[in-house]
Design a protein around this ligand. Structure first.
Ligand SMILES: Nc1ncnc2c1ncn2[C@@H]1O[C@H](COP(=O)(O)OP(=O)(O)OP(=O)(O)O)[C@@H](O)[C@H]1O
Ligand SMILES: [Mg+2]
Length: 454
């Protein structure tokens, strides 16, 4: 009977051979180096041949090295035929360390990361029609299956018809209002003064914050008087606006200028958002944040209004977690589809700083178990703090604008060829990186199929 040449049997029956050279094997070291470079260390066959090459006698070692050469040659040929500058591929074993499927690598291996990685932020980018919203749907479906609530701000109504599929409640901002009541456990006296600087930052009146604080105190005083009568009421943005004329010493000089700036900014928030911020009794945000909710906000047209909506939601959550213990365990996920309007940096404003106060809010929110996914077509305009805090970055489809590809290349640590290749990604073709996971390097693949719902 012919000798059994099956490497598996050979490996297990193998004892170091009698004719084993003790010289350092330069050829094997070179092969090993290329295996590492091509990320083939975890390949089952490569491991077996390496073992034989190292431990076998000279004859078997030579045979094993030839087999390794063949594997490497096949890989080199694939480099050439695919022209894929994102190669080497990630080993399947390292891509499968988690429960959340992001997308499939080009060889079909599913790329999964731990759910908890979402607390370290996800920035999703890509051109119009690239497949960002569908990608979000595939993620939210998995969150629902894992019983993790998600809250989506949807400025394009792109998710409305998916509410049923995602087991979510769809709410349109036209049908609700949001008051400024503090989260459970906090008083207006604690909450409003902390909110005013954020509001001032959005409407660009950094020097008028003092007036805003005084207006807030007027509102709090009036409310306290009112609730003495035994009735209940809350404070709205409209109340703040109405209180500004009553702020003292603001009829001349610099304070008069600040007052005008405040009135203009607040009136933009009010008029650009229908009745969203005008009523004293708004939705219960605690309930909203603990179930699957899609908040359609297409009718919020003004930039200040949409930024305030995004910021207020985040700030409210941030303050509600003020006394909770830090945790890396994922408790909920906040999704900003088309976040460029909510989270754009305020470049051009004379008061703009490199990072806004959002950065601080984001970093605190994540330490209380909130995951984030923000999507944008223009990553170079995103708040730099948000970009820095997004440890997972995914680009679905080709981006062309130089500043955008540069931002992505920096975030993913891409080389020049890879950066150029971002231009040529097809719709649904994706590249991504997730720092701090089992495979913290670039993955290239395609998003999973999410067919149209009937
Ligand atoms: N994963 C997918 N499965 C099936 N179809 C998809 C998928 N991704 C994208 N598509 C198709 O491409 C279209 C555009 O996708 P999508 O709405 O997700 O793009 P987008 O990046 O969110 O675009 P925009 O920037 O305009 O919001 C979808 O209507 C769908 O027909
Ligand atoms: Mg979209």
């Amino acid at each position: 009977m012919a000798k059994n040449k099956d490497p598996v049997n050979f490996l297990f029956n193998h004892k170091p051979g009698r004719f084993k050279s003790l010289e350092p094997d330069e050829e094997l070291l070179k092969l090993e180096e290329e295996i590492k470079r091509r990320e083939l260390m975890l390949d089952h066959d490569v491991r077996q041949w390496m073992s034989i090459a190292k431990l076998g006698n000279d004859k078997n070692s030579l045979w094993a090295k030839q087999q390794i050469q063949l594997i490497l040659e096949t890989d080199r040929i694939e480099d050439m035929t695919t022209g894929d500058v994102f190669r080497p591929l990630a080993p399947e074993q390292l891509l499968s360390q988690g429960d959340l499927l992001l997308f499939n690598q080009v060889d079909g291996s599913p790329w999964k990361i731990p759910l908890d990685a979402l607390t370290r932020g996800v920035l999703l980018t890509g051109p119009q029609g690239g497949g960002k919203t569908r990608f979000l749907i595939s993620i939210c479906k998995q969150l629902d299956n894992a019983d993790i609530p998600f809250f989506i701000l949807d400025p394009k109504l792109g998710l409305k018809q998916w509410a049923n599929y995602l087991n979510a409640t769809y709410i349109d901002v036209d049908d609700i209002s949001i008051d400024l009541s503090p989260p459970p456990g906090l008083t207006y006296e604690q909450f409003l003064p902390a909110l005013m600087p954020q509001l001032g930052e959005i409407i660009g009146v950094i020097f008028g914050i003092e007036l805003l604080q005084e207006a807030a105190q007027i509102c709090i005083g009036q409310r306290n008087e009112y609730i003495k009568t035994g009735k209940q009421t809350e404070i709205s943005v409209k109340d703040l606006y109405d209180a500004i004329p009553f702020v003292r010493n603001a009829s001349s000089g610099r304070r008069a200028g600040y007052k005008d700036g405040l009135m203009t900014g607040l009136s933009r928030i009010l008029s650009g958002s229908g009745n969203l911020f005008s009523c004293r009794k708004g939705v219960d945000l605690a309930t909203l944040f603990n179930s699957n909710v899609i908040l359609g906000c297409r009718s919020v047209v003004d930039d200040f209004a949409i930024k305030f909506l995004g910021l207020f939601m985040l700030f409210w959550l941030y303050e509600s977690g003020r006394y909770s213990l830090p945790s890396n365990k994922l408790r909920r996920v906040l999704v900003f589809d088309d976040a460029s309007r909510f989270l754009a940096n305020s470049a051009g404003s004379e008061f703009s700083t490199k990072t806004s106060s959002l950065t601080n809010i984001f970093s605190c929110l994540r330490s209380s178990g909130n995951g984030f996914i923000t999507t944008t077509q223009v990553p170079h305009l995103a708040d730099p703090g948000i970009v820095a805090l997004s440890h997972t970055t995914i680009c679905v489809g080709g981006l062309h604008y130089e500043k955008d590809t540069k931002t992505i290349a920096q975030m993913m640590g891409l080389n020049k060829d890879q950066r150029v290749a971002i231009n040529h990604l097809a719709n649904r073709e994706a590249i991504g990186i997730s720092a701090g996971t089992a495979w913290p390097k670039v993955v290239h693949g395609h998003t999973v199929d999410v067919p149209e719902v009937k």
